[in-house]
Ligand binder design. Structure first.
Ligand SMILES: [Fe+2]
Ligand SMILES: [Fe+2]
Length: 263
């Protein structure tokens, strides 16, 4: 089967990009299942209920999150009523919802898991390695042929080491969070697809999807500044396509999509 994974969708331009271009990519690459990271969907931080449904209506099958899982209070109230929204599995404190779930895709079981990295991240989390090992060894958990991990983490070193640790045990370890696509998509020896970061889907001409001036005010000039988001402008669509064997769950191919609209 072919799975399309969309990197961090940021704000209104990101939502427009998904709505406008997802059907074309699904058609062009014969996609069976679409996963998208939605942690920045609502004005750059978090995911409101109506935006979750907007993504589903645009053709996304499962939405994952990241360090901004709790940036909008609304999510705590609605996550348990959804069946296609996954929050990080290795949170220290109890939080509603699930960190991993299994979906039926044309008769093949596909598990999707969201994990936060521990290196250079502000959030304190349970060890990503221990959390995924426990999930894989949990006999009460439903077995799935295909298993896609959204590893939401900052450090490239942590990402590749994490992927090596689970090579052959999961179908893909896909990095998210940095909003910049890396050029290292590959299949590891054991058949696990990997990329350090899928990249960002949103406003192309800012800083990580945000208005560049508001980011510069803080990062360069050290001023108090709230990152702002443009409502319109040239968009970028960052994703990867993974081709997975329906019987073994091993990845056969991974390639990136990095589509920018014309100036
Ligand atoms: Fe993000
Ligand atoms: Fe993030």
């Amino acid at each position: 089967m072919r799975i399309l994974f969309i990197g961090d969708i940021v704000g209104r331009v990101g939502r427009r990009m998904v709505k406008q271009y997802l059907p074309t990519f699904v058609d062009k690459y014969h996609i069976d299942f679409v996963i998208a990271n939605g942690e920045n969907v609502t004005h750059g931080k978090g995911l409101l209920r109506h935006h979750y449904f907007e993504l589903i209506e645009s053709g996304v099958d499962v939405v994952t999150l990241g360090n901004h899982y709790d940036s909008k209070n609304d999510l705590r109230r609605y996550i348990e009523q959804t069946d296609r929204l996954i929050r990080p599995i290795n949170l220290l404190h109890p939080f509603p919802g699930e960190g991993s779930a299994v979906f039926d895709v044309n008769g093949v079981s596909v598990r999707v898991t969201n994990i936060l990295g521990s290196a250079m991240m502000k959030e304190e989390v349970n060890s990503p390695y221990v959390s995924l090992s426990e999930l894989l060894n949990d006999e009460d958990e439903e077995e799935a042929v295909v298993h896609i991990i959204d590893f939401h983490a900052e450090a490239t070193g942590e990402k590749i080491c994490f992927a090596y640790a689970f090579d052959g045990k999961v179908s893909a370890v896909l990095g998210t969070h940095t909003h910049v696509q890396t050029k290292d998509a590959k299949i590891l020896e054991g058949g696990t697809a990997f990329i350090s970061d899928v990249g960002m889907t949103g406003f192309a001409d800012g800083a990580l999807g945000f208005d560049k001036n508001t980011v510069m005010n803080k990062i360069i000039y050290g001023e108090q500044s709230r990152f702002d988001l443009p409502n319109e402008g040239r968009g970028l669509f960052s994703a990867v396509v993974i081709d997975v064997d329906d019987y073994t769950g091993k990845a056969k191919e991974i390639f990136p999509i990095y589509y920018q609209e014309e100036q």
